[in-house]
Write a protein that binds this ligand. Structure first.
Ligand code: DGY
Length: 320
């Protein structure tokens, strides 16, 4: 009997085809709708591999109910949607898709930084809304990016890729990370600082850290109060790292200048979310890695990892 692969989202046939040659492939046939939890659990019962996305909660319960499960391959670099400890205990391999999305995500993070500093979406909305009556001296004035200080929270591969871009804008780069990176610091002149120092000094604070127990709510009322009134906060990682209520209050009270958010604590974010009522928020629907080339490259990594595990080889990009 062929081993079973369950894919939790409709993916392009060309990407799935190599798996169909060797395994029985079942797929949730919706592109825009998350597979319901009961269906996921039911499918997991017989699956040898799960190809998941960040919208699927792969809990201990899901994995304990899947006696044949050998691998969960997540279509993302982040894996906070998977109970990693449970996977480890149950001997299930978890893989992710790093590297191929680094530059694409760094492009988006930098775009968000520019857009929220220079009020780009707000300006476009004014124009499209027929409210542009005249050029005027201080209309839609924002914050300079060139020569400003950028503070990166989470200096992993994507952080370094953003820092490379920021050097072209002659930005001073501060970073805060779990581990200090002496080699790149010396090579590129980044400055390692503690979190409070970064928040006090940066004109642009960019969050790129993974969501973990330690980073949950890392940026809340106290941290926001340390930032400059003219500072811009950009989050291109996971919504749960920022306390959204505290961010809303800080933005509304003018304690910080603006925010650029590609991620929210609960996604998809409701149109009634308080942050979306603020003109100084640039909001995007979690599109950091969304270029055609990158999304296809991510899928290729998942397809290979699943094939490798099911055929007894060691896959690349093992999380556990
Ligand atoms: C990731 O890879 O973790 C992104 O957030 C989804 O593409």
């Amino acid at each position: 009997m062929k081993q079973i692969v369950y894919i939790t989202r409709k993916l392009p046939e060309e990407v799935v085809a190599p798996l169909r040659e060797k395994f029985t492939v079942r797929m949730w046939e919706e592109e825009e709708i998350v597979v319901p939890e009961e269906i996921l659990k039911e499918e997991a019962k017989s699956a040898h591999a799960l190809w998941t996305t960040i919208t699927d909660q792969i809990t201990r319960e899901v994995m304990e109910g899947a006696p044949n499960l050998k691998v969960v391959s997540n279509f993302a670099v982040g894996f906070n949607n998977i109970d990693i400890q449970a996977a480890k205990e149950l001997g299930i391999t978890v893989t992710n898709t790093p590297n191929v999305l680094t530059e694409t995500t760094a492009d988006l993070a930098f775009a968000l930084l520019l857009a929220s500093g220079r009020r780009i979406t707000e300006a476009e909305a004014m124009l499209r809304g027929g409210k542009w009556t005249s050029w005027s001296p201080m209309q839609l004035t924002g914050m300079d990016v060139f020569g400003a200080t950028l503070g990166i929270i989470g200096m992993g591969r994507i952080g370094e890729a953003v820092a490379k871009r920021a050097r072209g804008f002659e930005m001073n780069i501060l970073y805060y990370n779990r581990t200090r990176k002496m080699d790149t610091e010396e090579m590129y002149g980044y400055e390692y600082v503690d979190l409070d120092n970064l928040l006090k000094r940066a004109d642009f604070v960019l969050i790129l850290a993974p969501l973990t127990e330690k980073t949950k709510n890392l940026i809340a009322k106290r941290e926001l109060s340390l930032m400059k009134k003219t500072a811009v906060l950009v989050n291109a990682s996971r919504g749960g790292i920022v306390n959204e209520q505290d961010l809303y209050e800080a933005l509304k009270a003018g304690e910080i200048w603006s925010a650029g958010l590609d991620v929210f604590e609960t996604e998809p974010v409701s149109v009634n979310h308080p942050l979306l009522t603020l003109p100084n928020v640039t909001a995007l629907p979690h599109i950091g890695s969304a270029s055609i080339q990158t999304r296809l490259a991510m899928m290729k990594l998942n397809e290979r990892a699943i094939g490798d595990v099911l055929e007894g080889r060691v896959p690349n990009h093992i999380v556990v």
